[in-house]
Every structure is written in C-alpha cells, then in structure tokens.
Design a protein around this ligand. Structure first.
Ligand code: ZN
Length: 246
C-alpha cells in the first residue's frame, strides 16, 4: 500500500455530524485544499485532545491524513490547534449567530479552492463579532465572495449595455443594474441608494455602506444579494447536471 503523506492546512468548520458513538464528521473549508470532508475520531469523549476546538467560528490549524479513496472517503483529523477564535460576540447573539452560520453555509456552497474565500470568511467573522447589522455583514460577504468567484455584479453601469447609472432596477440574470431600456421582465424596482450600498459593500467599504443604510435599503440590499447568490448557485448546480448527462 502506498504511503499517503499527511498535510497541514488552515481551516474553518462549516458543518458537523455525529458519527457512531464518539466520532464526528467535520466538513472543513481549508485555505489551500478547498472543501475537505473529514472525521475527528473520539472527539465526543471527554478526554479528547482537541474535540473542543473542532467547532464553528474557530480558525484552525489542522493536520489531516487524506482519504483512502480520494474524493469519496473521509480524511482523518489527527491534530487541530486554534489560530483564532471568533465565537465571542457571535455564539450568544441570535442574529449574529444566524448570519455567521449563513456565511459558513454560503462559503461551503461557493467553495472554490482559493485562499481568497478563506480570507473573506475570517474578515467577515471578525466584523460580525461587534456588528449592529449582522445581515449586512452577511450581504457584504456574499457580494465579495461571489465577486472573487468570478460573479461580480455591475452596480452602477447597466450590466447589459454599459450605460452609466445610477439606475433603478436590478436583475440577477443580467448581473446587476438595468437601465430603463434593458430591464428584463421581472426586474426589481429599487432605490438608487440600494445599488450604491451594494457597490460599497462589494468594494469593501463596509463602514460607508452601513452609514447610508435605512430600513428600506437594508431590506432591498439583503433581498437582491440573496437573489444574486441563489441565481448563481442554481445555475452552477444545473450546469453540473448537464455535465452528468453528457
Ligand atoms: Zn442598458
């Protein structure tokens, strides 16, 4: 049997399942190896060496032994050390906790093997710890992570014809703002400020975006951002289905 060398990586826990009597299946989003499905053996026993560290909102340095049948099996976590703990401020606040879970879940679905996504997560969790608008942190994460995945929105110029804005309609299918003549059926009429706030978020100007936020624009920003993510995840999944049929 060929020896499979173990490897180290930075990781966030995006999901866990109990497995057997004492083991836990842990889905990790790693910096350099993308999404890794792994098992942490014996972690649910009290004397476990690293069980308490393998949890959500902890940035880990993990040692992994790769799966025997690549792709389908589970890697084994042999060591886990805490690099940073982001749980403070998040785990005891319902809105921040919900937004934090949504950040990790979106990251799992996006999971391109790229350090950028990993950095987007740690940046967002740090921001979330003291956030007054947890949903805005989630929206900022989605806008930046989708842009890094190659799905950036055009939020000032019309996404279809390039006519300079500001515009007052948005459609996920054309990739952002729509001018009056390009509006596809079903475009959402939105406030000018909504697209501006989304632009600020996607450029990393979180504080400026938050400053301009109102009750109405907060609702619109979240709705459009969610539609944008869902549109791309659904088309990503359907393209996989087409590949399977070929
Ligand atoms: Zn246009």
């Amino acid at each position: 049997m060929a020896t499979r060398p173990s490897f180290r990586d930075r990781a966030f826990v995006v999901r866990t399942y109990d497995f057997g009597e004492a083991d836990r299946v842990v889905v990790l989003l790693t910096r350099n190896h993308g999404l890794v499905r792994s098992v942490a053996k014996g972690v649910r026993k009290a004397k476990s060496r690293f069980g308490s560290r393998v949890q959500m909102f902890v940035e880990l340095d993990v040692q992994l032994y790769p799966a025997r049948n690549q792709g389908r099996g589970l890697a084994t976590i042999t060591q886990a050390d805490t690099v940073a703990y982001y749980g403070r401020g998040i785990i005891d606040d319902f809105d921040r906790y919900t937004a934090g879970c949504a950040i990790l879940e979106s990251a799992e679905r996006l999971s391109y093997a790229d350090g950028l996504l990993f950095d987007d997560i740690s940046h967002s969790l740090r921001l979330l710890q003291d956030a007054t608008n947890p949903t805005l942190v989630l929206d900022a994460f989605i806008l930046q992570a989708t842009a890094h995945a190659g799905w950036g929105l055009s939020l000032f110029n019309c996404a279809q014809c390039g006519r300079p804005g500001p515009h007052h309609a948005f459609h996920p299918q054309i990739g952002g703002a729509a001018c009056f003549s390009c509006r596809p059926p079903g475009s959402r009429e939105v406030e000018e400020a909504t697209l501006h706030i989304m632009w600020l978020l996607s450029e990393g100007h979180y504080a400026a975006a938050e400053e301009r936020l109102t009750e109405t624009t907060a609702v619109q920003v979240h709705r459009l951002t969610t539609q944008h993510l869902q549109y791309h995840l659904e088309s990503a999944v359907s393209s996989l289905k087409i590949m399977e049929q070929a």
